[in-house]
Design a protein around this ligand. Structure first.
Ligand SMILES: [Zn+2]
Length: 251
């Protein structure tokens, strides 16, 4: 049975909810439990829940408050995913290397189901990872995260591969990625102390520096981190094409 403990935020790093919630974003913390709770309760970032390795969920913010977990992000053509999402930070030091314990994943499944009951606009296609909404910039929850198993219980989508016989052009791949919710090519850079999204990395607005371009291959790698974890290198293979077409058809 899922145990939820109150761990109310102690900083001002959150905001009022203005837009309706329709997205759930999953992360790994890259910190142990104690450090995760310290950072997410007292520092400049936050989340709605921190999920411990033993399956205990620490509730930091209410769903009607905006947590600062996704940063510069885009999903289904809309920027600033924080404004309409719930964020769960899963305690794991590196989800691209470290397995997620079964007890933690069982608790996560219950927590996600509870959140979806409370926010029915969160469809399976909008239960995603930080890497899905912030390609290139973020790689969590990582290739060890059991997306396929969770999709079997309705948490997120898992594609049935299409029967494609050839890999599409980058333009065709980009169109499929966007159909699945992923960002169009863009960039991100720093304006003062904060990161901002840049529509055209070749012509950033005044005052934005250190611009990193995010292209189709970077966005494809985000797709692979989620759906093809054994081949997350941004290079499309026939298997990638089939999975991508399968996911696009499931939208
Ligand atoms: Zn994250």
């Amino acid at each position: 049975m899922l145990q939820i403990k109150n761990a109310r935020i102690q900083s001002a790093s959150f905001g009022p909810r203005v837009q309706a919630v329709d997205t759930l974003v999953l992360h790994y913390t890259a910190l142990d439990l104690e450090a995760s709770l310290r950072v997410l309760r007292y520092r400049g970032v936050s989340a709605h829940y921190v999920l411990a390795p033993d399956g205990t969920a620490y509730k930091i913010l209410n769903n009607d408050e905006v947590a600062w977990h996704a940063g510069v992000s885009m999903w289904r053509g809309k920027k600033q995913v924080n404004s309409r999402s719930i964020g769960i930070e899963i305690v794991n030091l590196d989800g691209n290397k470290e397995a997620y314990p079964d007890v933690q994943i069982a608790a996560l499944a219950q927590l996600c189901q509870r959140i979806v009951q409370e926010n029915p606009a969160i469809r399976p296609r909008n239960i995603v990872g930080h890497s899905d909404v912030a390609p290139k910039r973020k790689v969590d929850p990582g290739t060890r995260f059991p997306w396929k198993a969770l999709a079997a219980s309705g948490i997120g989508l898992w594609p049935t591969p299409s029967a494609a016989t050839a890999v599409g052009s980058d333009a065709q791949i980009q169109a499929l990625l966007e159909q699945c919710g992923y960002a169009r090519p863009h960039g991100y850079g720093k304006k003062g102390e904060t990161y901002v999204m840049v529509d055209d990395p070749a012509a950033p607005p005044a005052g934005v520096s250190g611009v990193v371009p995010v292209g189709t291959r970077d966005i494809l790698r985000a797709f692979q981190l989620h759906y093809q974890p054994g081949a997350a290198n941004g290079v499309p293979t026939l298997a990638t094409q089939r999975l991508l077409e399968g996911l696009a058809a499931a939208q």
